[in-house]
Design a protein. Structure first.
Length: 639
């Protein structure tokens, strides 16, 4: 796991331009604290920061060149099947030595096979491969987009990096994309491949691009995930359970490869417990890590995690934290975020990574199971919506009542009213619009009202509608798997994986996600949705396939997930940050991005008896304002 950056000049490169690779590379130090090197030749500069995982020797340092010096690569990620690929494809390559690192194998495969080798790779990655003779550069990103790769191109050159803060060192213009800001205010994150800055894009998952001396030459997909209805009858439900266990076991076995200490996150939920149950077979004593909540017993699942740890005799660590402990890390999270990202569960992920890093460098995680196998409340709601039941009709008919009742996540009753209101609102929409509404916090109109009129004038609503349609393009029939595919392409890619990547890399820890092995994901989308969700169970096949391996207490209980008391903090400890700083009335007016009256009304809503989801929107604004002050802060950003 590492960080990469680079610049390709299409004109005569100056020494000062290429020298910026030093600053750009240094910005990635938390991704790669162990080592850092650069490569410069002619019009190209490449930088690499290293977090040593596989082959920690200097032999595996990057940028890595082949023996001839013609080819060079900077690589971020892990190729778990690199030894098998070497045995199959590299028997006649460098017969005198055996490759000891995945980077070395990937370099050789690219030299011999070019982009044809990309579908063979098991793992996650982003890389740049440069041929000094032809001047062609290949950039690629893994099938599900676990590793980021941002880029910016002009007529003069092409810059790329693992993170925005590093990319900005290449003198990328800091001009806000107001259409993206509008979508951010709806979702609390930015749908890829867009970014908050005009002209900066993210390489699409499962894609590669070729850059030549005159700029981009091609942009192609080497992997595309899709629903596979032709395979729905391939497995009985019982046979599918057996196959899922087999594929997950193979995925985890590959992900146990490391030359540094390895452990696993253990939340007490089904997904992380499955990972621990399988991983425990491949190590003498697996280290496991959980975060506990001293001040909120409802969200504390450490007792369930302890049951799994006891069953598999892991070396279990529980970090029991108070609200003050969470607040202590808040500014560390805000400081590391270099593009607005407002999923508030980033904070507990940061804290879990922070404490886990004291013990291990690699952690296994259950990420991806909810999106791939249908684990969210919104999935159960959508399933019920499609049944046309009497209960659905009654909830829909009572929409005005749910709207009038108080909404808040603070207690069970008001949270129920909030959920019923969202369900009733969704029942009045078509499938695509309902999905979008349930995926976000604000409607298009609500997001518009938050923006100053001159900001709204800069929003390209027709383009935004087209991008939204593209994001929802998988939904077209009554196949429920299309909803899950959309979750993978939107929520997983742009929210969940961004969160885990950012917060783990902020603490220099690598997170591996066995549920996101492409063979597991492909298999999942070849199963009928009835194997995953019905009226009584979410992630049905995951729960049933591993039932014999897990404590019975893990079943038939509510899914809690990571929650932090944002509303309570905003009304108390963080009110000064909101009212006197980031959303201070005069500052907002002078800044000219947001509507002052809308922001003031939002602050009143936050402190009312019916706050609804105002705290989520306030958090999105706080994150944006903190980022704006740190990275923009000048009128040229929106002139």
């Amino acid at each position: 796991m590492c960080g990469i950056t680079g610049f390709y000049s299409f004109t005569t490169a100056t020494a000062s331009t290429l020298a910026k690779v030093q600053q750009s590379n240094q910005k990635l130090i938390q991704r790669g604290p162990d080592d850092g090197h650069i490569f410069c030749t002619g019009q190209v500069a490449l930088g690499h920061r290293r977090l040593s995982i596989i082959d920690t020797s200097e032999h595996a340092a990057q940028p890595m060149k082949d023996e001839s010096g013609r080819y060079v690569i900077v690589f971020n990620g892990e190729i778990f099947n690199f030894k098998e690929l070497s045995d199959v494809y590299l028997k006649n390559y460098r017969k005198d030595t055996v490759p000891t690192s995945d980077t070395e194998v990937l370099l050789a495969l690219l030299i011999i096979f070019g982009t044809d080798c990309l579908p063979w790779l098991h793992g996650f990655f982003a890389f740049s491969f440069f041929d000094t003779h032809t001047g062609r550069m290949i950039l690629a990103r893994d099938p599900l987009g676990k590793k980021p790769l941002l880029y910016y191109q002009t007529a003069d050159g092409f810059a790329f990096s693992s993170e925005m803060k590093s990319l900005l060192e290449w003198d990328v213009p800091r001009k806000i994309n107001f259409s993206v800001l509008h979508q951010y205010l709806q979702l609390n994150y930015i749908p890829q491949p867009q970014s908050m800055l005009e002209g900066v894009l993210k390489l699409k998952a499962g894609h590669y691009m070729v850059i030549g001396t005159n700029g981009q030459e091609s942009y192609e997909a080497f992997y595309t995930l899709s629903c596979r209805p032709e395979q729905y009858r391939q497995y009985t439900y019982e046979a599918a359970q057996t196959e899922l266990v087999r594929k997950m076991d193979a995925s985890i076995q590959e992900r146990m490869i490391a030359d540094v200490p390895l452990g696993a996150f253990l939340s007490g939920g089904i997904d992380s417990s499955v990972i621990v149950a399988l991983a425990s077979k491949y190590t003498a004593k697996l280290s496991t890590f959980s975060v506990g909540y001293k001040d909120n017993a409802f969200f504390d699942e450490t007792n369930y995690a302890a049951l799994v740890a006891k069953r598999y005799q892991t070396d279990h660590h529980v970090f029991s934290l108070s609200n003050d402990d969470f607040l202590e890390h808040l500014y560390s999270v805000l400081d590391y975020i270099d593009e607005p990202f407002a999923d508030s569960s980033a904070l507990p992920v940061y804290i879990l990574s922070h404490y886990t890093r004291r013990h291990v460098t690699v952690a296994l995680s259950g990420d991806g199971a909810d999106e791939v196998f249908s684990g969210y409340n919104k999935h159960a709601a959508e399933w019920r919506m499609r049944q046309g039941s009497l209960a659905r009709s009654l909830v829909k008919a009572a929409g005005p009542l749910w709207k009038a009742l108080p909404h808040s996540r603070n207690n069970k009753l008001t949270n129920l009213f909030r959920q019923l209101d969202r369900f009733a609102a969704g029942a009045r929409l078509d499938t695509k619009e309902r999905y979008w509404r349930w995926a976000g916090f604000n409607t298009v109109d609500e997001a518009s009202r938050l923006l100053h009129e001159k900001s709204r004038d800069k929003v390209n609503f027709s383009l935004m509608a087209a991008e939204k349609e593209a994001l929802l393009s998988a939904i077209g029939t009554d196949d429920f798997n299309e909803v899950l595919l959309t979750d993978v392409n939107l929520v997983l890619l742009s929210d969940m994986l961004v969160k885990v990547d950012l917060m783990s890399m902020a603490n220099s820890i690598e997170v591996r996600s066995p549920f996101l092995d492409k063979r597991v994901v492909d298999f999942a989308f070849g199963l009928p949705s009835s194997y995953k969700v019905d009226g009584g169970m979410k992630k049905k096949i995951v729960q049933d396939a591993f039932r014999d391996m897990l404590p019975a207490e893990l079943y038939d209980r509510p899914k809690h997930g990571f929650e932090i008391p944002l509303l309570e903090w905003f009304r108390k400890e963080l009110w000064g940050l909101i009212n006197d700083d980031l959303l201070q009335k005069d500052f907002v007016q002078q800044q000219g991005i947001f509507d002052v009256h809308a922001i003031e009304n939002l602050k009143l809503k936050l402190r009312s008896n019916n706050p609804e989801d105002s705290h989520a929107t306030v958090w999105a604004l706080i994150v944006f304002q903190y980022w704006w002050k740190k990275y923009i802060g000048g009128a040229e950003a929106y002139a």
